[in-house]
Ligand binder design. Structure first.
Ligand code: HEC
Ligand code: HEC
Ligand code: HEC
Ligand code: HEC
Length: 212
């Protein structure tokens, strides 16, 4: 079918608008440590190493996931004063660990086996021993806050995340659980150091949940 000049202009405008929006939505992740688009293995794509619109990997609670998942069993955080009950990493945290525990290559996505690992000497490698990391994958609810005494009730306290008006529970937890993404913003929306969801200047991030 032949297109008239007018039709072609309409199509071009639609394309420009589309590209304009795409650029906008990528403004924050673009150029961040999670922008792999200039690596030879990323096919110039920003989202693809982590997400696929079709035929991705089926992970519970994951947003259209495309990256191979780790099968590691983790050593969990424990301490005599801990009231929470951390379990093996769940949902969202498993997505982070699919690159950050160092056992699966960063470029293992879309069914291809990669070869670029976050090696053991990289600061970004958290490993499979999580006992020296902030506990994750546990329920943080009113009962936990009452048992602990040093935590805000996650259902009433404002999170203080820029632009957010909800509670800790609404803005930072995933199915009521504390996960890696409770503190980190994988898409770099807020442009804080170390992809934090909120600046930790003056321990501001810690003091969002801990009241002392
Ligand atoms: C380095 C991995 C990574 C890259 C690259 C990435 N994402 Fe994500 N994305 C995640 C993870 C992990 C989650 C779940 C955690 C969360 O929601 O904070 C997520 C969640 C999402 C969600 C659902 C929750 C929300 O924030 O709305 C959408 C939509 C999304 N990503 C879109 C994109 C788009 C579009 C791109 C490319 C411009 C992209 N992502 C790039 C890892 C990534
Ligand atoms: C596709 C693999 C992949 C996934 C999935 C992924 N990351 Fe990363 N991330 C990396 C790599 C690779 C780097 C280091 C990039 C570099 O230095 O070039 C990195 C860097 C980081 C950094 C350091 C940023 C800085 O400014 O120094 C943080 C924090 C981080 N990731 C947290 C997360 C969290 C939290 C999640 C899940 C919500 C996640 N990542 C998911 C691959 C990934
Ligand atoms: C309670 C908040 C919190 C949770 C939960 C959390 N982090 Fe972090 N993370 C931080 C803070 C604050 C920093 C920056 C200061 C530092 O390096 O200790 C950081 C730093 C990092 C870095 C950068 C290390 C470096 O030196 O470049 C990576 C990578 C990272 N976190 C990944 C993760 C992953 C993966 C998870 C889940 C397994 C996770 N984080 C859970 C708060 C958190
Ligand atoms: C999203 C909320 C949240 C944020 C942000 C947060 N924490 Fe936590 N933290 C918790 C919860 C909930 C527990 C579990 C407390 C318990 O069960 O005793 C915990 C546990 C801990 C523990 C272990 C306590 C013990 O008894 O072993 C330490 C230490 C800790 N956090 C320090 C920090 C630091 C430092 C930061 C800032 C980098 C931080 N937290 C940020 C919610 C948070």
């Amino acid at each position: 079918m032949e297109r008239t000049g007018k039709e072609l202009i309409t199509i071009n405008l639609a394309l420009i608008t589309f590209i304009g929006f795409t650029t906008l939505s990528q403004a924050a992740i673009s150029g961040s440590k999670h922008d792999f688009s200039n690596r030879p293995w990323a096919e110039g794509q920003i989202c693809l190493p982590c997400h696929a619109p079709h035929n991705g990997i089926d992970v519970a609670n994951a947003p259209l996931w495309n990256h191979e998942i780790s099968t590691a069993t983790y050593t969990l955080y424990s301490s005599p004063t801990l009231d929470a009950v951390p379990g093996q990493p769940t949902g969202i945290s498993k997505l982070c660990l699919s690159c950050h525990d160092g056992t699966v290559a960063v470029d293992s996505f879309g069914g291809q086996t990669g070869s670029y690992y976050l090696g053991p000497n990289r600061p970004e490698n958290v490993g499979t021993d999580l006992s020296d990391d902030h506990p994750i994958s546990f329920v943080y609810d009113t009962a936990l806050a009452q048992a602990d005494g040093g935590l805000y009730d996650p259902t009433v306290q404002l999170s203080g995340i820029p632009g957010a008006t909800g509670t800790i529970s609404q803005d930072m937890l995933f199915a009521n659980k504390l996960e890696c993404a409770s503190c980190h913003d994988v898409h770099n929306t807020y442009n804080n150091m170390k992809l934090l969801i909120k600046s930790n200047a003056g321990s501001g991030l810690c003091l969002t949940c801990h009241n002392n």
